[in-house]
Design a protein around this ligand. Structure first.
Ligand SMILES: *Cc1c(COP(=O)(O)O)cnc(C)c1O
Length: 416
């Protein structure tokens, strides 16, 4: 991305104007009025578009981008992405309904995930989307349901590879897993797919998530390509789709270095010819969730009280872990670390602060000590009514939070 020549003051990718954060070009204080209440999540459509453009520029031509809807299923976000990406991956009937409301073609939608119910399978077959089969028994059910409703199911095999994506936040392949079919069992399964007359599309290999190391991602992509080429020998028909997974991570914490996307792109350029040479009809798909939307979103809550307990300052907000479990450190983190945080209406100082700062802990309104949004961070002195902003909140925010816990209202959401 060309550097902004005016050297506009920015914080985590968001512009600042008159001491106030801009989201989608709007001052946060005004946006809060427009939304009508706090807390809320706001997603910046321009930042999402820029991220997709960066991927198009740095990944080899012809690689398809698929959005994993579970990262952020807000219908407006999904609608916005439908014009930018080449496909969607869903993991429930609910997500399937959301993507089928967009103009995305059914043949560009896949449905992965263990434990798909009979109703979900029927809906997916009727919609004509591709089912990423997670087990032999699921394959048999899909075939039976296809006969029952007189439709030929489109299927791909989700493979549990014999390797892991090193250094991932969450490992989803290698060893014994509830995801996919163990690679060594896939040849027999492919034979059976042929016997059952299913419409075979290809392979899905997803080995992990939240990875910031280009080298590890490249290694996984090389191994994935090798594995797919081996398995393709047993395919009951032409391989039309190879979903190589994704796992591209975003930096959450100060010591995190952003992923070197150009290096990932170079690795993929080296792997692609081998795949294309042998599998001429195959679309190569990279499937991304948080990398597309995570950095484009903020969570905003209001300071409702300020108190000092034994010399420690607490900013007590109307938000909390019931809206944003991940920021509280309770969604898969081993060590609790603070998400980037700011007082969105007090960004007047040179480093995005107002000069003087104080150490504070930002907490939510839930009656549990787990409800900690930022632990002992340096922030400009905040008053009741100020707006606390938590960055990197565009993925696994509301959708991954226990909204019913303690019975407070849900947050609002806006795509700006
Ligand atoms: C969760 C998931 C993704 C998205 O992971 P991100 O870390 O958000 O990119 C992609 N594919 C599958 C199969 C998943 O389960």
């Amino acid at each position: 991305m060309p550097e902004n020549s005016q050297k506009q003051n920015k914080l985590n990718g968001f512009a600042i104007e008159g001491g106030c954060l801009l989201v989608g070009g709007q001052p946060l204080t005004r946006l809060a009025r427009r939304v009508g209440r706090t807390p809320f999540f706001a997603y910046d459509r321009t930042l999402i578009g820029q991220r997709v453009a960066e991927l198009r520029r740095l990944l080899p031509d012809g690689v398809h981008l698929s959005y994993a809807v579970k990262a952020n299923p807000m219908p407006a976000v999904v609608q916005h992405l439908s014009a930018l990406v080449d496909g969607f991956d869903v993991a429930s009937a609910g997500e399937m309904g959301t993507v089928l409301d967009t103009p995305m073609a059914a043949e560009r939608i896949s449905f992965a995930g263990p434990g798909k119910t009979r109703d979900e399978l029927v809906q997916a077959i009727a919609a004509g989307i591709t089912l990423n089969l997670e087990s032999e028994s699921e394959m048999e059910s899909v075939a039976a349901l296809g006969s029952e409703i007189e439709a030929r199911p489109r299927v791909a095999v989700r493979v549990n590879p014999d390797f892991e994506l090193r250094g991932s936040g969450m490992r989803m392949g290698g060893g014994a897993k509830q995801f996919g079919v163990d690679a060594e069992r896939v040849p027999a399964m492919l034979k059976r797919i042929g016997e059952l007359g299913l419409d075979f599309q290809g392979f899905h290999v997803f080995s992990g998530s939240q990875n910031l190391r280009a080298g590890a991602i490249r290694e996984a992509q090389e191994k994935t390509a090798e594995l797919v080429l081996e398995l393709a020998e047993h395919a009951p028909g032409p391989v039309r789709m190879v979903n190589m997974g994704g796992g591209f991570g975003i930096p959450y914490f100060p010591q995190d270095q952003p992923l070197d996307l150009a290096a990932v792109g170079r690795g993929l350029s080296a792997v692609l010819p081998k795949l294309r040479d042998r599998l001429r009809e195959a679309r190569v798909v990279i499937e991304l969730g948080r990398y597309l939307v995570g950095e484009a979103g903020v969570y905003v809550c209001r300071v409702v009280d300020r108190k000092i307990s034994r010399d420690q300052v607490f900013l007590i907000t109307d938000g909390g872990l019931h809206h944003h479990l991940a920021a509280s450190g309770n969604f898969g983190q081993v060590l609790r670390r603070n998400y980037p945080v700011a007082i969105g209406n007090r960004l007047g100082g040179p480093a995005g602060g107002e000069g003087e700062t104080e150490a504070v802990s930002v907490v939510g309104c839930l009656c549990t000590p787990l409800d900690l949004l930022a632990d002992k961070v340096a922030l400009p002195r905040a008053e009741i009514g100020d707006l606390v902003v938590i960055f990197q909140s565009g993925a696994y925010g509301l959708t991954a939070s226990p909204a019913a816990f303690l019975g407070h209202p849900p947050p609002a959401e806006a795509l700006v």
